[in-house]
Design a protein around this ligand. Sequence first.
Ligand SMILES: Nc1nc2c(ncn2[C@@H]2O[C@H](COP(=O)(O)OP(=O)(O)OP(=O)(O)O)[C@@H](O)[C@H]2O)c(=O)[nH]1
Length: 478
Amino acid sequence: MKSNNCTESVEGRQLDIIQRIGGIGYWEYDPAERAIFLPEASQGLLASITGSPVNAWASFMQALGNDGRERLQAVLDQATANHLSFQVDLQLIGSDGRPACLAFRGAQVDLAPGLLGLAGTFSDISEEKRREADHCRINAQLQAQLDGQLASMAIERSLVAKTISDHEAHFILLTEDVADVVWKADSSLHMTYISPVDQRLRGYRADEVLGRHMFEMLTEEGIATVLQIMAQRRQAELDGKADESITFEVQHRCKDGRLLWGEVQSRPVRDANGVITGYHGITRETTERRQLEDQVRELAFYDPLTKLPNRRLLGDRLNQSIVASQRKDSHCALMVLDLDNFKPLNDAHGHLVGDLLLIEAAHRLKSCVREIDTVARFGGDEFVVLISDLSANRPEAMEQAGVVAEKIRICLSAPYLLKVKHPSQTPETVAHRSSASIGAVIYLGQQANPEEIFKWADAAMYQAKEAGRNAIRFYDEG
Ligand SMILES: Nc1nc2c(ncn2[C@@H]2O[C@H](COP(=O)(O)OP(=O)(O)OP(=O)(O)O)[C@@H](O)[C@H]2O)c(=O)[nH]1
C-alpha cells in the first residue's frame, strides 16, 4: 500500500514534541472489551514515568499495585455507567523505586459510530503533588499557629491580636506569591476571600468578586458541573463516605470576555458539630494544558490537512467493526481509494494547490457515506472508506457496497475547480480532472484479520489501476 511517510513522521514528531514538552499522554477505553488503548507516543511517555522501557502499559499496571488497579477500573466503570467526566490521581512506585503520581482525566466520547467509550489524557503530576503537600504543610503550620494563639487569647488578648495580624499578613504574602488563586466562600457559595492572583488571571479586582456568587465566575457548563458535584457530595455525606477534598475542572469567565480553564481543589469548612459553614480552595489555571491535550488528540488520530481520521484511528475502527460485525451478523466493506492523475496537478501548480484538491476530495468522500461510516486519509493521495451494517447475505452486501463505491467513483471524477489565493495577488481558479481507483473487500466478523482485509482491498485497488483507472474492483476470494 502506498503511504505518505513524510506526513506520518511530521505528525509523529509533533506529537512526540508536544508529549515531551507538555508531558501529556492520550488513551481510549472500550467498555465492551474493558481494554485501554494507548498510541505509541503515549506508551513512550508512560514508560518514562514508570521508569520501565519495556511494555509500558503492563509496567504501569504493575506499578499501580492491586489497590490502584481496582481504583482505576472502578472509576472507568463508574464513568461509563453514569456518563461522567472524571479525574483520578493514581499513586505508583516506578521500577527504580521512585514514587510518582499520575492524573488520569477522561470523559465519555463516541469511539466509533454507535460505540460509546471513554477517552482522555494522563500526565505526571508528581511535582504538583509535592508542591501541594508543601502548601498544605505551610497552611497547617499557619493554622496550628493561629489555633494556638487563639486558645491563649483570653489571657493575652492584645498580644495575640498583634500576632494574628502578623500571621494574616504572612498568609496574604504567601497567597500573593503562588501562581494559583486561593479563595473562600460561605455555605451558599458567596465569595468571602479571593487572592490577588485572580485579578492577574481574570481581570477582576477582589472587591468586584467579594460578596458575589461563585457561579458568576463560571460558564453554564461549569455551573452544571459544580451542581452535580455538590449533589454527589450531599449524597456521600448522607452515606458517611464524603471525601473532604474534591478536584474538578471548569471554565471561568474573565472580565474581557475570555474563558479560562481552571482546576479547582475545594474543601468544606466545618463547625465544631461537623456542619459545613463554607468552602475554601485553590484554583490553578489549566487552559494551556487543555489546549495541549486537544492538540495531542488531534495529532494522534487525525490527518492535519483534511481533518479526517488517520491510519492509526482507522486501524482502531477496523478492529471495532470486526467485533460489531460478528455481534450483529452483518457484513462490512473496506475500500482503498487512490486518486488518479493527481501528481500532474502538484507538478504544474505546486503542492499547495494539490492540497486543495485533497481537501475537496475528502469533503466529497464524506458526502457519499453515512455518519456512522468512516472516511480516513492514509497519506499521499490515498483514502480509505469503512462501511458497516451491510446485509448478512454476502451477495446482497456486495451489491450494497458496490452502490456506494459507484457513487464515490462518480463523485470523485467530477471536475475540480480549485480556488487558489496567492498572497498579494488576485485569486485564481485552477481546473483539474482527477478520478479514483477503488479496491473493495467485504468481510463478516472474525473470518479475516485487519492485515488481510487491508491487503486484499489494496490488491483490488491495484487491479482497478491496471484496468485503466477510474474503476472499481472487488477482491475476488476465488
Ligand atoms: N499536495 C500534496 N501532494 C502530496 C501529499 N502527499 C503526497 N503527495 C504527492 O502525491 C502524489 C502521489 O503520486 P501518485 O499516486 O503516483 O500520482 P498519480 O498522478 O495520482 O498517479 P496514479 O496513482 O498512478 O494515477 C506524489 O506526487 C506525492 O508527492 C500531500 O500531502 N499534499
